[in-house]
Design a protein around this ligand. Structure first.
Ligand code: JTA
Length: 602
């Protein structure tokens, strides 16, 4: 079938035809054949992370070089070349070399100050019977900024970006690689759990410092059937690795949540972030990370509900874990109960698959956000008309027009504010959506292959051209990440002059009904397909009674620590008349990417 559309003339073979006229609101990708669609409806998405990665590796092995005539020509793989500028900034650990921590030190967020006798282990079940293992702390070196400084000094929000290879080192100051997060400087690991979507087990194990590599590691994932078998096969060589399959009972649901639970001799740390556990996701993308403080163990015999934060984070995290209905995760619930999470300043905002009614309706998704905003924000003058901004890396089916979900239930939630007084002006609250254009991707550090992590399909896009009128380019001069494509997802309410923000959310949730939930039964029920997790920053929890954060204008400067470091440029810039949203399953052969290649999906 050939069609001339918004996206130029292109062809799809019948085997690539989508059968999703059925209004399914799953996130990308859509099914690839009618037969497949039938299977999917009962069995969940077909396209697994491992398949996406295989396709990416194939493309890498035989890139389609752009030549004068624009005719695709297969060439041998280009020599692996060094990025233009290696990050020369300091690191908590080297991203490439192992054992790089010898001789480095710094206080591990207080961890280094822990006396031997104060050290503790996770519950027996989780820690098995590993003996606590101490690690040497070397003498301070003045070359390495103090970890305590990094985590507490300049960054009261504990919000970080991932390090990007190939940008000026100053833009990576304060950014974290996964090896930094797992560094012994942050704690002496006893046991950990990794929640994620796409997992390269061999790579993941190598990200742990050698001395922690054989500690119990639980991987929580959503893979089924063949891809589950592949994951088990990949984990088989590691006797310390256990797998936990999250139940996904509603069709087209996905386990998107990205979280680390790190149990230390010194306590516990929770990391909520946006990166898959594969090398590409920690290389040249813009990704977000929230690092909890080091949570100390409660005194023996303390009540499990002790150590709660003003934001109710402890109980919300426990309830999120309990929603998996997994005995293995209940062991982690017991570990969390034993720790003091009272210093947490963020709110947990999750999604867990199900159909929720009555008092359960506000547990997850957009209704949970609506409730938090109503209860914990105070409306300031003019705020009713402040825009909401959504920024994401994938897009689900939103229906025939804006009234179906985006500008009804979804906007009503994002536009909610405190001081009851029901806002009658929600229909006037502007929505700005930030999603990369084709040129954003083409000119990115990764080039077109960055589009392999922006899986918006032509089948979905062509049904909702109306959505694209809300779109704005990816631009991030402020963080030096204009060419590091976003896999981060953020949502916020911003003042009309784009100088202040009422709240900020970093999450795994893309712009989809599967992630945020959609009403059923005339709004009496919220149906959610996927697991998602994020943290919400509200001014009131950071000592601000103004009702807003000032925006941090220069992420490298030392503006007041109360200014919020939004990682991309405001105001967002609308798509130009020739701009198109990145769509991953159509070819781009008119202009070469930064590596001289074209994009020709099979
Ligand atoms: C490519 C994806 C995630 C996530 C989920 C993805 C797909 C393709 C990247 C990704 N799905 N897919 O949660 O991080 O085909 O569904 O990064």
């Amino acid at each position: 079938m050939s069609q001339a559309s918004e996206h130029g003339k292109w062809t799809v073979s019948s085997s690539e035809e989508s059968a999703d006229d059925e209004q399914v609101d799953r996130e990308e990708p859509s099914s690839s054949s009618p037969q497949q669609a039938g299977r999917e409806a009962t069995a969940g998405p077909r396209y697994s992370c491992s398949e996406a990665r295989k396709a990416a590796h194939k493309r890498k092995a035989s890139p389609l070089k752009c030549h004068d005539g624009n005719s695709p020509q297969k060439l041998a793989p280009a020599q692996k070349k060094r990025p233009p500028q290696e990050g020369l900034g300091w690191c908590l650990s080297s991203s490439d070399e192992e054992d790089s921590l010898e001789g480095q030190t710094g206080e591990a967020d207080g961890a280094a100050r822990v006396k031997r006798e104060d050290r503790c282990c996770a519950s027996k079940e989780v820690a098995s019977n590993e003996l606590p293992q101490s690690h040497k702390s070397a003498e301070p070196s003045d070359k390495v900024p103090d970890t305590w400084d990094l985590l507490n000094g300049g960054n009261s929000f504990r919000f970080f970006l991932t390090k990007v290879k190939g940008i000026k080192s100053e833009y990576n100051s304060g950014a974290l690689h996964i090896k930094d997060i797992l560094s012994p400087l942050l704690g002496t690991l006893v046991s950990s759990a990794q929640f994620n979507y796409c997992i390269d087990v061999e790579w993941l194990v190598k990200q742990y410092p050698k001395e922690f590599r054989d500690k119990p590691l639980l991987i929580v994932h959503g893979e089924k059937r063949e891809s589950k078998a592949q994951l088990h096969e990949a984990a088989h060589p590691y006797q310390n690795v256990r797998l936990c399959q999250a139940k996904l009972d509603i069709a087209f649901g996905t386990h998107h949540t990205k979280m680390m639970l790190l149990c230390y001799e010194e306590g516990l740390r929770v990391v909520i972030h946006t990166s898959n556990l594969i090398n590409e996701d920690w290389y040249q993308k813009t990704q977000g990370i929230w690092l909890s403080p080091l949570y100390r163990r409660l005194p023996p015999g303390a009540d499990g509900s002790a150590g709660e934060s003003h934001t109710n984070f402890k109980s919300d995290l426990i309830n999120y874990l309990m929603s998996y209905n997994s005995p293995t995760l209940n062991e982690w619930v017991e570990v969390i109960k034993q720790h003091d999470l009272s210093e947490t300043r963020v709110y947990l905002l999750g999604s867990s698959p199900g159909r929720y009614q009555g008092n359960e309706k506000e547990k997850w998704g957009h209704l949970r956000l609506r409730k938090l905003l109503k209860e914990h924000t105070t409306r300031v003058p003019d705020q009713d008309l402040w825009p909401v901004i959504g920024q994401f890396s994938s897009i689900g089916s939103m229906g025939a027009d804006q009234s179906k979900w985006l500008c009804s239930e979804f906007r009503d939630s994002l536009a909610a504010l405190g001081n009851n007084a029901k806002t009658l002006t929600n229909h006037e609250v502007p929505i700005h959506l930030v999603y990369p254009t084709v040129d954003n991707v083409r000119q990115s550090l990764e080039g077109y292959p960055a589009g392999g992590s922006l899986p918006y399909s032509i089948q979905t896009a062509q049904k909702q051209l109306w959505l694209h009128t809300y779109f704005h380019k990816w631009s991030a001069e402020t963080s030096g990440r204009s060419h590091a494509m976003p896999h981060i997802k953020t949502y916020m309410r911003v003042s009309s002059d784009f100088q202040r923000i009422a709240w900020f959310l970093v999450t795994s949730a893309n712009l989809s009904k599967a992630a945020w939930g959609a009403f059923e039964k005339n709004g009496t029920q919220l149906m959610i397909r996927s697991y998602e997790l994020g943290v919400l920053f509200l001014p009131s929890e950071f000592g601000l009674d103004t009702g807003y954060f000032q925006l941090k204008e220069n992420l490298l400067s030392d503006e007041p620590v109360s200014s919020f470091p939004v990682p991309y440029d405001l105001p967002p810039e609308k798509y130009g008349s020739k701009d198109r949203p990145w769509i991953w399953n159509i070819p781009y052969t008119r202009a070469p990417d930064t590596h001289g290649n074209m994009w020709v999906p099979k």
